[in-house]
Design a protein around this ligand. Structure first.
Ligand code: SAM
Length: 284
């Protein structure tokens, strides 16, 4: 193995394991050994990894709530000739983790950034999903705010790409229900605790997943990989939008959907409130 010569004035974005501590590249270890300091999301958490690797290095914290001020401090040190590595609690920095902001400032201030690749939970869930990997969309976490969640799901509903979401265990049940109500029935692969002792990859459907987690309490870390809308469905939905509101409603009620549910569905598909749909039925 050659030793990595770190160039002064550089920020290295170093991927760390998402569970199994052996999932770190030789190069990542060499970079962590040779930089002047490491900026970590949670220094205590990352110390365990560094101890496992036998690396002792000055660390500074860089997390969600000190991003701007700490980013400036880290960049000042780099501009003064030091080299730094940015790591997060798990996986690749800047992917649903701190990193995006400091990289933007690095570009503004002429600081070079170098990636040191490794694990990303979403990509590993995708490759094990059995769903299409040719085109996919990384969606990260849904907001806790009900309105923003719904808007996010509505915005990707007609995407034909495979969708990748991150989710915390205590929110999983509601998220699956929201997805079922927005997307309708679809295939989903739920990847839990990747690379860890209780790793589980569950190819299922949204409705089966909702029932399963009514009986089984979610535990651990989850990635949800959901099949995209089929081109046929996307086309049908686009055609529905060219209909009048009454005809759009009739399309669903003729299939046996009750009137209230049909109004909700039409409102969602047209991106308007149920009240607007109701008013249109009186007008038309
Ligand atoms: N930067 C990370 C990456 O590269 O994937 C993601 C960090 S984000 C704060 C944490 C989320 O990633 C978790 O809530 C979970 O959705 C997902 N995740 C991380 N590790 C995982 C694992 N071992 N198995 C399944 N999901 C995981």
């Amino acid at each position: 193995m050659t030793t990595e010569k770190c160039t002064p004035g550089v920020l290295y974005l170093v991927a760390t394991p998402i569970g199994n501590l052996d999932d770190i590249s030789y190069r990542a270890v060499k970079v962590l050994e040779s930089v002047d300091f490491i900026a970590a999301e949670d220094t205590r958490h990352s110390l365990k990894l560094l101890n496992h690797l036998g690396i002792s290095k000055p660390m500074t914290s860089y997390f969600e709530h000190n991003i701007r001020q700490k980013g400036e401090y880290i960049i000042e040190r780099i501009l003064n000739g030091e080299t730094a590595a940015l790591i997060s609690d798990a996986g690749t920095p800047a992917i649903s983790d701190p990193g995006e902001d400091i990289v933007k400032i690095c570009h503004e201030r002429g600081v070079r950034v170098i990636p040191v690749p490794g694990a990303v939970a979403g990509i590993n869930a995708l490759i094990c999903s059995g769903l299409s990997t040719s085109r996919f969309s990384f969606e990260g976490f849904l907001s806790v705010n009900k309105k923003s969640r719904t808007e996010h799901l509505e915005a990707v509903k007609r995407s034909t790409y495979t969708l990748i979401f991150y989710e915390a265990p205590h929110k999983l049940k509601n998220t699956l229900k929201d997805m079922l109500s927005c997307f309708g029935e679809r295939r989903i692969t739920i990847a839990r605790e990747l690379t860890k002792k209780f790793e589980e990859i569950r190819p299922t459907t949204l409705s089966e997943a909702v029932s399963y987690y009514e009986e089984n309490e979610p535990k651990g870390e989850y990635v949800l990989v959901i099949e995209g809308c089929t081109p046929g469905e996307a086309k049908e939905e686009n055609e529905l939008l060219t209909l009048s509101v009454l005809d759009h409603l009739a399309f669903y009620t003729n299939q046996g959907m009750d009137k209230k549910e049909a109004m909700k569905r039409v409102a969602e598909e047209r991106g308007v409130s149920k009240r607007e749909i109701y008013s249109a039925t009186i007008r038309e």
